[in-house]
Design a protein around this ligand. Structure first.
Ligand code: TRH
Length: 370
């Protein structure tokens, strides 16, 4: 079987999750031996450059990390489709391109959003015949072996552990994000590092209140623009510090080195899972509280104690009072040790799943051969 060539289409709906997922997938596919070419079509290069600053230096049509980048404008270039066309999150490739996919008999895949809901297993990889005669397959990432799995580069956990084994690398990262010297020293000698990445309605004050009264000092790192109402500076035992937006590899390292990761959406959740530390997931809010059912489905798969599930629900229900009370309980030594152990255990389990990029390649090779 010939090596695959792959187009990925990404429309940035809001925030950074769409491009965050597509960029990780594109890079991993481009470094897969069964793949000969990857082309990524993105409508919003400005958002893309926030997570991949190398893009700023690249000229139009250039490649970054062996991925050819195409600016998906209202009049996109009329290119011949590759063997496989992945549209991320039902983003609708240009009509002319779809016409040409029919001529090329391209394999068409819609990469879906991540969900832990049980129905995902029965829908994963199902084909759907389109009016133009092409069949489009629905590929679902997920947390069980019956789904497409999670994005996970080969050696990711080994790379993480090697990085963590060198405290000088962490020291350099903390300097790069502008953390004042005394707080770097505190972190390197055992203070808790917290990363706070969440949507505006998160009850961030509850986290601050719970940490401020702890015996262990903590430093809360807040990416620029996140939780603007949370007062920066020292509050009891907790220090809140604004950090600049960093590239994806640095973002991952912040997650690896934090003791508690407050993450949101899709991509930072998965990356926090690979960090193997306690995390608080602020799920992307949807109408009619549909996101709470998704949160419950995810909690049902998790190994977390009922207390941690309650913390996670309060965190997502913007309930400052109950979130503060529950967080204080979760940070108490015994519960905290259990939360840490459960998180590390789940990471090891999830790392056994097929990784999303590998599962996609196997699926495409099978479909191309049949
Ligand atoms: O930005 P998000 O809120 O994206 C969301 C979700 O994906 C949601 O499911 C989707 O429907 C919506 O977008 C449209 O959160 P997420 O998914 O965690 O993506 C953030 C990306 O930004 C992730 O790839 C990490 C990256 N990032 C950096 O690279 N550097 C940074 O400094 C920060 C804060 C984030």
């Amino acid at each position: 079987m010939d090596r695959l060539s792959i187009d990925i289409f990404c429309r940035v709906v809001d925030n950074f999750g769409d491009i965050g997922v597509c960029w990780r997938l594109a890079k991993q596919l481009a470094h897969t031996s069964a793949v000969k070419a990857v082309r990524l079509w993105v409508d919003d290069l400005h958002s893309f450059a926030r997570i991949e600053p190398r893009l700023n230096a690249a000229t139009a049509g250039a490649s970054v990390d062996e991925v050819a980048i195409v600016h998906w404008t209202p009049s996109p270039p009329d290119l011949v489709p590759h063997d496989v066309v992945i549209e991320a999150f039902a983003c609708d490739p240009p009509p002319r391109f779809i016409e040409r996919m029919v001529e090329q008999d391209s394999l068409w895949i819609n990469l879906e959003y991540l969900s832990a809901e049980p129905w995902v297993e029965s829908c994963h990889a199902l084909p759907s015949l389109q009016a133009n005669g092409l069949s489009k397959a629905f590929f679902f990432p997920g947390f069980t072996p019956v789904t497409g799995g999670l994005l996970h580069e080969p050696n990711l956990l080994l790379d993480r552990d090697a990085w963590l084994a060198e405290p000088a690398l962490r020291d350099g990262l903390l300097r790069n994000i502008g953390l004042p010297e005394p707080h770097i020293a505190a972190l390197l000698s055992g203070a808790r590092q917290i990363l706070l990445f969440a949507y505006p309605q998160v009850p961030a004050t509850s986290l601050l209140q719970a940490l401020a009264s702890q015996a262990t000092p903590s430093v809360i790192l807040v990416p620029t623009g996140v939780c603007p109402d949370l007062a920066r500076g020292q509050h009891g035992a907790a220090y809140v510090h604004d950090i600049p937006f960093v590239d994806q590899p640095s973002f991952d390292r912040l997650l690896w080195s934090s003791d508690l990761n407050c993450v949101r959406g899709e991509d930072s959740l998965v990356r926090a899972l690979w960090a193997g530390k306690p995390l608080l997931w602020h799920i992307y809010p949807q109408d009619d509280n549909a996101h709470m059912a998704k949160l419950d489905a995810w909690l049902a798969l998790s190994p977390f104690q009922p207390l941690i599930a309650d913390v996670m629900r309060a965190w997502n229900q913007s309930s400052t009072q109950s979130s503060t009370t529950l967080l204080r309980q979760a940070l108490a030594p015994h519960a905290w040790a259990e939360w840490q152990a459960g998180s590390a255990h789940w990471t090891r389990q999830l790392a056994q799943l097929p990784d999303l990029a590998g599962a996609l390649v196997s699926f495409c090779l099978q479909r191309k051969e049949s």
